[in-house]
Ligand binder design. Sequence first.
Ligand SMILES: NC(=O)c1ccc[n+]([C@@H]2O[C@H](COP(=O)([O-])OP(=O)(O)OC[C@H]3O[C@@H](n4cnc5c(N)ncnc54)[C@H](O)[C@@H]3O)[C@@H](O)[C@H]2O)c1
Length: 245
Amino acid sequence: LVIKNKVVIVTGAANGLGLVIAKSLHASGAIVCILDKDETAIQKLSIDFDAYCVDLTDEAAVWEVIDKITFKHGEIHILVNNAGLIHNEAIINPFKENMRHSYDNFRRILRVNLDTVFITSSLVIEKMVKRRTQGVIVNITSISSKGNSGQTAYSAAKAAVLSMTKTWSKELGPYGIRSIAVSPGFMETESTHVSLNKNIVEHLISMTPLRKLGDKNEIARTVIFAIENSYLNGSEICVDGGLVI
Ligand SMILES: NC(=O)c1ccc[n+]([C@@H]2O[C@H](COP(=O)([O-])OP(=O)(O)OC[C@H]3O[C@@H](n4cnc5c(N)ncnc54)[C@H](O)[C@@H]3O)[C@@H](O)[C@H]2O)c1
């Protein structure tokens, strides 16, 4: 798909990887709509994006925004599901009185990382099919979906997003809609340093054959490649410096 003049939604793009993806798509000539719940960060955005403050776990609120975007721009060609939340919690922690992984946390992390992708995608796909749009869905998953110690809920959510990507590639291919997953490894982002302490980051770098964290721009570059490559469908592209092979 040629990106220039296409209408693109990037979720969770007020910060981090999503913002870099949104900027790259904007630079490629796309009309970029941002959906994020972080109002303060939205107000600080320098580029004139079409930004909407919305909690993506709220189906009715997302429905309203998707409707507004379709009314304003005519159709939606590309959806990048990037919004997510890293969460570290082991299934059992012998150092805590209550050893078990909290079920509330499990549900909450699934809602943020999985339900949001289902909600936004089902609404956008309906618009695409009704308007016969030849579109692309790019889901930002994680190498954590292969199993990452200390991330039961997050890994499960990302693995489920990967499965939905593959399912949609089969269901939606005949409509001319492609679905691709981009799985980052450990990237140089604020969220990496907030969620992992210095020693763990250093350990992960030493485990990575390229011996460094990934640059956010490499994820944006991969998203653009996925959108432009017209025969790519149902694939997972891992961008992880060789950490998981
Ligand atoms: N940073 C990494 O190293 C890394 C590695 C693998 C995968 N990822 C994935 O990449 C994506 C982006 O990660 P990041 O590091 O840039 O994170 P981030 O925390 O910097 O940004 C996430 C954005 O999503 C938004 N968001 C979260 N929940 C939301 C909701 N319910 N409704 C609306 N907006 C919501 C936040 O406000 C924020 O702007 C995530 O899906 C993450 O799981 C990141």
